[in-house]
Design a protein around this ligand. Structure first.
Ligand SMILES: [Zn+2]
Length: 412
């Protein structure tokens, strides 16, 4: 056995093994060295965090040293995060005539943080911006619009979000909208992408805005792939084969996404990553939802809305006894996605500050290096780790930019 291990390591050293170590694991000291080298070099990019609502509703400053949230500047520094896509998300139940104003308020809250912390953060509009900002030792901040309902059926609003810096839009959130069906719809409304949704995908291609298929129904996903001229992303989705949530992607979808050149950015939410946790979560969910709804009604009476952070605190009271998984379930998800799609099509989409349950050991973004160590231990090569940690997403962003240039050669 020992001889075999030595043989495998010799093969690795000689470069016979291009991707994964066939023996599976690296010895701890070697894994540590690999992880340290990768952490120094890689641009770690997370494609989804919901922190802007904390900035807006909780008057949260990202430099707060005692931050109760999953993303802060000190935590991003400790986690060696190179780029963060902040999610501009407005709930599908938000008063209809106030959705765009709320989105603009969230964008403004991000801009306010960028202005206050220009020593540490810089806004990125292109993949090249991300690379340049990282070289300068700062953290690149990007934005994505989460939910096509936020354009309220008006393509010009999409253009405005793009001009304000949003570089992806999630076609739906938790309910069908003018663009297409959601994975949360009990029944199909459009049978996938609507005719308007097709126009929107094409328009996003022309703008150079990445199409995000997290949250959409399976049919909407396949329809969007048939229309798009650029690779798409799943900004925060996991694998359904490991955890049976409609929000996760089937192996067939993951293969189709790889064929399109896109990336599945693995969500860190415990109820999307671990079946045991999910089963336990679903049992407490009705009582949890009822408590949140009661609190929401109470707030409404006061003319206020229940903030996401307030709702999360209520939800977590019901989760005390649930079997919280270890962060290694995220590595399991990455392994599975890599096995199905190939290493060029997997990334990270934490959903930090947007989930009520997170695996032990990855409670916030400062813990990201532990995930890198775990992946190094599992035998990923250094170039493959760099791809998963951010290079794949940068590639898709670049391709989206290129498609826009090809479609509008005269420029805008
Ligand atoms: Zn989401």
């Amino acid at each position: 056995m020992r001889q075999l291990t030595q043989l495998v390591w010799a093969a690795l050293a000689l470069g016979f093994v291009v991707s994964r170590c066939p023996a599976g694991e690296r010895p701890p000291a070697e894994a540590e060295r690999v992880a340290e080298r990768v952490l120094k070099r890689a641009i770690i990019i997370d494609t989804h965090a919901d922190t802007p609502q904390m900035m807006l509703d909780e008057v949260y400053d990202l430099a707060e040293p005692a931050s109760p949230y999953m993303i802060s500047i000190p935590k991003m520094r400790a986690g060696r995060l190179g780029g963060e896509f902040f999610s501009i998300w407005v709930d599908v139940d938000w008063p209809h005539d106030d959705v765009v104003r709320r989105a603009l308020d969230l964008i403004d809250a991000v801009n306010d943080q960028l202005a206050r912390h220009s020593d540490a953060l810089e806004f990125a509009r292109t993949a090249d911006d991300v690379v340049r900002i990282h070289r300068q030792g700062k953290i690149a901040i990007l934005m994505g619009v989460e939910g096509g309902h936020m354009i309220e059926g008006d393509a010009r609003v999409l253009d405005v979000y793009y001009r304000l810096g949003a570089r992806y839009m999630t076609l739906t959130h938790t309910r069908y909208n003018e663009i297409g069906d959601s994975s949360a719809d009990p029944q199909s409304h459009w049978n996938g992408l609507s005719p308007f949704g097709r126009e929107i995908v094409q328009r996003m291609n022309r703008l150079g805005m990445m199409v995000d298929i997290s949250h959409v129904s399976d049919k909407t996903f396949y329809d969007a792939l048939a229309v798009t001229k650029a690779p798409v992303i799943a900004s925060h989705s996991s694998c359904r084969a490991l955890c049976n949530a409609p929000r996760n992607m089937t192996d067939d979808m993951i293969r189709a996404l790889a064929k399109n050149g896109g990336v599945i950015d693995i969500n860190f939410y415990s109820a999307f990553d671990d079946q045991k946790f999910r089963d336990a979560y679903l049992k407490v969910e009705p009582a949890m939802d009822a408590a949140v709804e009661a609190a929401r009604k109470e707030k409404q009476k006061q003319g206020r809305h229940l903030s996401f952070a307030e709702a999360t605190r209520i939800q977590q009271q019901y989760q005390a006894g649930l079997p919280a998984p270890s962060y290694t379930v995220i590595a399991d998800q990455i392994d599975h996605a890599v096995n199905v799609a190939g290493v060029d099509h997997v990334g990270l989409g934490s959903d930090f500050d947007g989930v009520d349950a997170i695996p032990r050991g990855l409670e916030d973004c400062s813990k990201l290096p532990d995930l890198v160590r775990e992946l190094a231990r599992r035998g990923y090569s250094e170039p493959d780790l760099e791809k998963i940690l951010g290079a794949n997403v940068l590639r898709v962003m670049r391709q989206a930019e290129q498609v826009a240039r090809d479609l509008a050669p005269e420029g805008r």
